[in-house]
Design a protein around this ligand. Structure first.
Ligand code: GAL
Length: 376
């Protein structure tokens, strides 16, 4: 007993979160898992994220998806590269592609670990807007790349009226073709045309998350329609493809960086505005049903004007339900550093419920005992 305790203690270096600081792994190296997400499996947390390299080159994928494990959320063990980019230039995940916001879920029916990510083929900027899927038998991989595609080809969103369920007319297509749609908000954004344009070939899919509901159904939430509109799309029972049911959420509002949580029967979505690597104000939205209707509540951040405006200089990536504790969620965000991508920092803050709504406030340093006080 004594000796086991000793071993456990000698592996324990940290006992708090320090948002925005360098966060060393078990080798003393800053954790390299950006735009990440966490899977809790068999009593262990696994953190998957983008492995970035130094400099601006690090904004593209040169290595793959990195995975770390932890029992306490403070101390992370490097478990290596879960999904490696390919040396084959013809591969959709060729080294130098853009591979962002990987999320992994476990399918209890197939016993497979399923990873989805945003994929942009090498040297094509953000024009591809593809979803990538990979699968593994073991939680830390190696993951096998399965395919990349634009989701929901040939499927109409459930929440558009019958008269909107038709491909673009020739004049509408000509109008859209002339617009410059760089992927950010525009006053003339054609907020009800792009999903019709993309019906046949599949919907654009950039920033994304996955969410598994209490009944085991999984959902893919992605920024679609040139980032203008979020889609919430059910996955097939094996989690490997869209199930053919999706809705459009907040057309023309440009929500990025979606992160979902469920609390007391309600779904809460934290997302960001759409300004590239630069931090911007976060948004929180609520729904009683994952397919909506969704309502925007405002900005979940509390604090100074600057903190509220730039989300503590970060952008959402995931909301982690802490296991074994009621009402306990951690807001996970990235403080990007596009000039030296590897030095991006992690901002983890406790979700604090106020009047039934999740809010986020800054803490220089905090630990899980915070929740004893908050919930006590
Ligand atoms: C952000 C997005 C990141 C990345 C970046 C590229 O808005 O959330 O995942 O795509 O833009 O500029």
């Amino acid at each position: 007993m004594m000796s086991r305790l000793k071993v456990e203690m000698s592996n324990t270096k940290y006992n708090s979160f320090r948002p925005g600081e360098v966060w060393p792994d078990n080798h003393g190296v800053h954790i390299n898992a950006h735009g990440g997400g966490i899977l809790f499996h068999d009593g262990i947390y696994y953190w998957f994220g983008e492995h970035k390299i130094a400099g601006e080159a690090g904004n593209a994928a040169h290595v793959g998806v990195h995975v770390y494990s932890s029992c306490d959320l403070y101390n992370w063990k490097d478990e290596g590269i879960a999904l490696a980019v390919s040396d084959d230039l013809k591969s959709p995940i060729a080294r130098g592609c853009i591979l962002e916001r990987p999320k992994v879920i476990f399918n209890p029916r197939t016993k497979k670990f399923v990873m989805w990510f945003h994929l942009e083929p090498k040297d094509a900027g953000y024009t591809g807007s593809l979803s990538g899927v990979a699968v593994a038998d073991k939680v830390i991989g190696p993951f096998q790349f399965l395919r990349s595609f634009r989701p929901n080809a040939g499927v109409w969103p459930e929440n558009v009226p019958a008269e909107a369920r038709r491909p673009l007319l020739a004049e509408e297509a000509a109008f859209v073709a002339k617009l410059d749609l760089p992927g950010g908000p525009l006053p003339y954004f054609p907020k009800h045309l792009l999903f019709r344009r993309d019906f046949a070939g599949g919907q654009m899919a950039r920033d994304m998350t996955l969410f598994v509901d209490d009944d085991g159904s999984a959902h893919h939430v992605y920024a679609s329609e040139a980032n203008g509109t979020l889609h919430i799309s059910k996955l097939s029972d094996d989690y490997l493809k869209p199930a053919g049911k999706f809705v459009r959420v907040f057309p023309g509002r440009f929500h990025e960086a979606p992160a979902l949580m469920k609390w007391r029967g309600k779904y809460f979505l934290i997302s960001s505005d759409c300004t590239g690597w630069a931090a911007n104000p976060a948004r929180i939205s609520v729904a009683e049903n994952i397919f909506g209707p969704w309502e925007e509540l405002g900005n979940p951040c509390l604090g100074t004007g600057a903190q509220i405006t730039n989300t503590f200089n970060s952008q959402s990536t995931f909301i982690l339900p802490v296991q074994g504790r009621a009402d306990t969620f951690i807001f996970m965000a990235d403080r990007w550093n596009p000039k030296n991508a590897i030095d991006g920092r992690y901002v983890w803050l406790p979700v604090e419920f106020r009047h039934g709504v999740p809010t986020i406030s800054w803490r220089d340093e905090w630990d899980l005992s915070f929740f004893d006080k908050a919930n006590g």
